[in-house]
Structures are given as structure tokens and as C-alpha cells.
Design a protein around this ligand. Sequence first.
Ligand code: NAD
Length: 323
Amino acid sequence: MVGDGAAEPHAVVTGGAGFLGSHLCDALIASGYRVTCVDNFETGRTANVRHLDDEPRFTLLRRDLKECGDGDLPGPVDVVYHLAAPAAPSDYLLDPVATMRIASTGTLNALDLARSRSARFVLASTSEVYGPAGDGVSREDRVGQVDPADGYGAYYESRRFAEALTTAYRTTYDLRTAIARIFNTYGPRMRLDDGRVLSRFIRQALAGTPLTVPGPGTQTRSLCYVDDAVAGLLALAGGSYPGPVNIGSPEPVSVFTIAQEVAEIAGPDAEIVFVEPPVAETQARRPDITLAAQLLGWRPRTSVHDGLTATLAWFRRTRIRHA
Ligand code: NAD
């Protein structure tokens, strides 16, 4: 929140036209910030920020962050939230070199911007840094082993590099950095073509086709509603804790239960069928959020039922084709 009579603080959100970034922009505007969103719409959508077109405290800078220099953003900046990165497997595997370029050059540019303005810097990192072997409960001090050459390395190694770079700016330049390791987040404006099981259920529910549960359905997911994830990022930015800190839901929910919830919300005609699971199906992954709870006073508040109800209602209302 901005104090009475204080000059408007200025936040820069890279990737602000994406799913998470657009909700972050909304929350910052609501708490009195002036917001500059830097996005090249690689995976973001104009529809995500169109409602801010007439908002005088919102500026959209349609730029590739890799090519952004100091002069592109004049004036003071209080906080830089760095979210620009392909987040869905369908995107980051499409052009792995581009994925690594945004994590390297893009993160360098975002860090240099924060450094030149003595701003707080918040990196939106990911649970993927724990590696594919990270099934189970992930804790910040237990980063798993990853294989940089297994074909998925472009994503998790690029995010690990971004974390290392952020840490280097902290230790070398005393930059006030923070790292959030975000877990599976969902809500209005989420991508429905990102390959995640919940996205598929929502797409199927909207299309009126059966919800396909990869057998046996006992495998679990942790689902954090987007408003809760945004609250976690704001709490992290507001303090001085450098992280990394997990932001996600610690509650495991079975894939079958998720399908049942979606089916119940979708209506009486919704059907569930079981299908063969993919060869490398994740069995379980969820965060330990002890650090976030202790240091930020943060934990998710939205139940899966309420979050899914709001999400499906939004997709039905907007009738946007996402698949
Ligand atoms: P998203 O794809 O919706 O948003 C990413 C945004 O970055 C898009 O608007 C895209 O256009 C923009 N972008 C990409 N390359 C860019 C470039 N070179 N210059 C400028 N803008 C660029 O993804 P999201 O789900 O909102 O994720 C945002 C961040 O949160 C990512 O860093 C992601 O790794 C992290 N994260 C998200 C989740 C999740 O469940 N959604 C989980 C873990 C981590």
C-alpha cells in the first residue's frame, strides 16, 4: 500500500501481459503504484491488459526485454518484478535457444535496470529448478540434480542461471534482490494450451467433452490460485528477504479429485474417463512453504473449489478461445 501523500511508487513488471504478470499489474495498480509493463507478447495477450488501457498509472511498453536498454524506461523505479520468460513446456521447448536468451540477456537487462535505479528486484523463478527428480516435497535448501543435456535443460537450467545471476548482482553490487520459486499456479487468464492437466480439464469442460484423467488418477498436483501467488510476490517485494522462497500450495490434490471438482462445477453432464498416462508422468510435487509462512507471513488462502469456480466462471464469461 502506498502511504498518504507519498509520491506514487513505480513498479516495472517484465512479462506483465502474461497470466501471472497481468494479475500482478492489477494488484499493483490497486495498491497505488504506477506500473510499466514490458512485454513483447511472445506468449502474453493484449486481452490480459486491455482493461488497463484507460488507466493513467499503467504504461505498456511493447518491447523485447532482450533489447531493452536503460533509456527505454526513464525516471525512478522502486521495484522490478521480472516475470518475462516462456513458462509452458509447449513454449520453452519450441525454441530452447530463445528460452536461454531471455533468461540470460533478458535477466541481465532487468537486473541492470534495477541496479541503475537502486530498485528492489524480484525474480519469478520456478519449481522446475528442483529438477525432474523433484517429486515429493520441495524445500528451498534441497535443490535436486538436473541433467542439462536431457532435452528439458533449456528451461530449468535457464531458470537456475537466472537465480545465479540474481544472486551475483546481490553479492557483487549489493542489489536488493529476491527470488520466488513459484509452483503450479492457476486462475483466470491462465493459458489452456500449456500442457498441464488442469488446463486440459478446463478446456474439456468448456468444450463439453469428457475429462480425460491419466490413470490411475492418484498422482497429485499442488494448485495455487493466482491471487494468492501474487500476494506472495508482493509480500516478498515488500520485505528485505532475498530468498529463494517457495510460493505455492502445500496441499496435494489428486488428479482425479481435480477432475471431479471441475466436473462438478461444469455441470451434471460432465463426464470423466481414464486414459493411459504419459511415460514420464509427474507423480507428486509440492512446496514446503515454512519459509514463506515464517518470513513473509504468507500462505495460500483460496480453496481449490473456490479457485476453480472463479476460474471456470471467468472462462465462460469471456468466451476467449485459448486452445
Ligand atoms: P506467461 O507465458 O503467461 O507470461 C510470460 C510473459 O513474458 C508473456 O506475457 C510473454 O509475452 C513475456 N515475454 C516472454 N519473452 C519476453 C521477452 N523477450 N521480452 C518481453 N516479454 C517477454 O507465463 P506465466 O505463467 O504468467 O509465468 C510468468 C513467470 O512466472 C515466468 O517467469 C514463469 O517461469 C514463472 N512461473 C509461472 C508458473 C505458473 O504456474 N504460471 C509456475 C512457475 C513459475
